[in-house]
Design a protein around this ligand. Sequence first.
Ligand code: AMP
Length: 172
Amino acid sequence: MDLRKIIRDVPDFPKPGILFKDITPVMENPAAYRQALEEMTALLDGVPYDKLAAIESRGFIFGGPMAVEQDKAMVLFRKVGKLPAKTRQVTYDLEYGTATLEVHLDALKQGDRVIIVDDLLATGGTARASAQLVRASGAVVAGFLFMVELEFLGGAELLQEAGPVFSLVKYS
Ligand code: AMP
C-alpha cells in the first residue's frame, strides 16, 4: 500500500504557508497503520537500542505499539506541565513558534540506548531538543525514527551529528 497516497496534505495549517502532512487517515486504515508500524520497525533492524522515547503527541501513535511489539520500554517526552513526577526540561524552536519538552528524571538511565520517535521530521528542532534531553539524562541517542520526513527542510542534516536518522516516507 502506498502510504504517500493516504497521507493528506492540508494547506495553510496551522498558519498560512505551512503545508501540513496529516497522518490521521493512516490510523483510520488498519492495514495502512499496521504497514507503517511494521516498516518503521524494520528500519531499525540491526540497530541496537534499549528504549523508545516518543515525542508528544503524535510520536505516541508509533512509539506505543512499537515498544509493546519489540518488548522495549517506551519513555514519554511530554509538553510542559503534563508529567506528574520530577522532570528535566528543554526549550526549543519549532517550524512555527517555540515549545518546551519534559521527561521524568528517572525515565532514562545512564547508558540507555534510545531511539527518538515522532510522526514527522520537519526542521529537526523538536528531535534535536529531544536528543538534548536524552544526553542530559546520561543516556545515548541510538537514532531518530519518523514516519514522514520533509527532506527539503534539512532536518536530517541538523540531526546527523546527534545520531542516525530513519524515515519511511520522504518528501523532497
Ligand atoms: P520540527 O521540530 O520542525 O522538525 O517539527 C516537527 C514537529 O512538528 C513534529 O512533531 C510534527 O508533528 C510537527 N510538524 C511540523 N511541520 C509539520 C508539517 N508540515 N506537517 C505536519 N506536522 C508538522
